[in-house]
Design a protein around this ligand. Structure first.
Ligand SMILES: Nc1ncnc2c1ncn2[C@@H]1O[C@H](COP(=O)(O)OP(=O)(O)OP(=O)(O)O)[C@@H](O)[C@H]1O
Ligand SMILES: [Mg+2]
Length: 338
C-alpha cells in the first residue's frame, strides 16, 4: 500500500494536540506519536486530560498520579540515543491545588479549601474553570525550560485531547477568559496561553477512520478550528484495512462474479477440505470486504480534498499492545509525522 506521505515539516512544533471523533484512536495515535518523537531523541511529555487513565492502560502500568512519570523509551535510530516519554495525567482538582500553592503559597490552606469543597465547586460547578486549569497545566509544561529548576523540560508535548466536538471550545477557553478579565494577571496569563495555542509551535491533529460520519466530523472540526484561529495540523487516518486485493478481484467480489469453482479448486489444491457452503460463505465475506473497501476509497478521496497533510495507520490485527504502539510509532516516523 502506498501510504499517502507529506513533506510537511513538524520539527518546530512543541505542542501536538491530538483530537478526533470518539473511538477513532486519539489515545493510540497520541501515544504512538510520543514514542515516534522520542525515537528521534526528543524528550517528550504525553498528557491526558479526560480522567480516564487511558495512558496507563496502553502502556500497561499502574494508574498515573498527578506527577510526570517516565513511561517508555523511544527506539534507537541511526545511532542517536533515544529520548524518553514521560506521562502526565492532568486532573483539574490537582491542577488547581498546584496553581494555588504556586501563586499564593497556599500549601496547607489549599488543602483546607479542598476539605471545604471549594476545589470541587470550582472544577465541577464551573466547567470553564476546569478547562482553564487543564489547558493551563499543558501550557506550563510546554513553556517550561531549563531555567525552571527541578522540573524536566521537554522538546515536545503531546496532548491526548478532548474529541472534535469539544476541542475548539477547550483550546479557546482562555480567549473567553481574556474577554472577561479586561486587565490584570488573569488577563495576561490568558493572553499568553492563547498566543502559544495560536502560534506555529502548536498544531491540532485530527484522527479519523474511513467512514462517512468521522470524516464529516473531521471536515467540520477543521473549519471550526480555522475560524477560531487555531492551527490545524495533520489528518491521521487510522484503522486502515489491508489493501492487498487487486481492483479487478474487488470488483468481481462486489458484483458477485467471482468464479466459485475456481475458488473451490484453489482451496482443494491448498489441501482444504471443501465442505458444503464453505465457498458460498467465503464469497459472501469477500463481497462484504469489497463493499467496505469501496466505501473506504470514497472516503479517502474526501479526506484528500481536506487539503491537509495526511498519514495512514493500519488496523493491527488483534488490537494494540505496547509492541503495536512501537509499530505505529515507526509507521508515523517513516511517513514523516514524527
Ligand atoms: N491501528 C489500530 N489497530 C487496531 N486497533 C486499534 C488501532 N487504533 C486503535 N485501536 C483500538 O481501538 C480502540 C479505540 O482506540 P483509542 O482508545 O485510541 O480511541 P480514542 O479515540 O482515544 O477513544 P475515546 O474517544 O474513547 O477516548 C482501542 O481498543 C484501541 O486499542
Ligand atoms: Mg481516548
Amino acid at each position: 500500500m502506498a501510504a499517502p506521505t507529506s513533506d510537511a515539516d513538524w520539527s518546530r512544533v512543541r505542542l501536538h494536540v491530538v483530537t478526533g471523533k470518539g473511538g477513532t484512536g486519539k489515545s493510540t495515535v497520541a501515544a504512538s506519536l510520543a514514542l515516534g518523537l522520542a525515537s528521534q531523541g526528543q524528550q517528550v511529555l504525553l498528557c491526558e486530560v479526560e480522567g480516564r487513565q487511558g495512558i496507563a492502560r496502553m502502556f500497561d502500568v499502574d494508574p498515573l498520579p498527578y506527577a510526570e512519570r517516565r513511561i517508555a523509551t523511544g527506539l534507537r535510530h541511526n545511532g542517536t540515543p533515544p529520548g524518553v516519554v514521560h506521562a502526565l495525567h492532568i486532573d483539574p482538582e490537582s491542577a488547581l491545588l498546584e496553581y494555588l500553592s504556586m501563586y499564593y503559597k497556599l500549601g496547607r490552606a489549599g488543602r483546607a479549601l479542598d476539605r471545604f469543597g471549594v476545589i470541587e465547586f470550582a472544577t465541577t460547578i464551573a466547567p470553564g474553570v476546569r478547562d482553564v486549569l487543564l489547558t493551563g497545566k499543558v501550557f506550563e509544561a510546554v513553556r517550561r525550560n531549563s531555567r525552571n529548576k527541578g522540573a524536566i523540560s521537554y522538546d515536545a508535548v503531546v496532548l491526548d485531547a478532548p474529541p472534535t466536538g469539544r476541542i475548539t471550545r477547550f483550546l479557546n477557553v482562555n480567549d473567553e477568559l481574556a474577554g472577561l478579565a479586561k486587565v490584570g494577571p488573569i488577563r495576561s496569563q490568558a493572553d499568553t496561553v492563547m498566543t502559544l495555542f495560536r502560534s506555529p509551535r502548536t498544531v491540532v491533529h485530527l484522527v479519523t477512520v474511513l467512514e462517512e460520519m468521522p470524516v464529516q466530523e473531521t471536515a467540520d472540526g477543521i473549519a471550526e478550528l480555522t475560524r477560531a484561529g487555531l492551527p490545524v495540523g495533520a489528518v491521521i487516518v487510522n484503522l486502515v484495512r489491508p489493501r492487498d486485493i487487486s481492483p479487478a478481484d474487488l470488483e468481481a467480489a462486489r458484483d458477485g462474479t467471482l468464479d466459485a469453482s475456481r475458488v473451490a479448486t484453489d482451496l482443494e489444491e491448498a489441501g482444504v477440505d471443501v465442505a458444503d457452503g464453505l465457498v458460498d460463505g467465503l464469497l459472501a465475506e469477500a463481497h462484504d470486504h469489497a463493499e467496505r473497501r469501496a466505501l473506504e476509497d470514497a472516503q479517502r478521496a474526501v479526506v484528500a480534498q481536506l487539503g491537509r497533510p495526511t498519514y495512514e495507520l493500519p488496523r493491527l490485527a488483534g488490537g494494540v499492545d505496547l509492541g503495536g504502539l512501537y509499530e505505529l510509532a515507526a509507521d508515523l516516523k517513516k511517513q514523516g509525522l514524527a
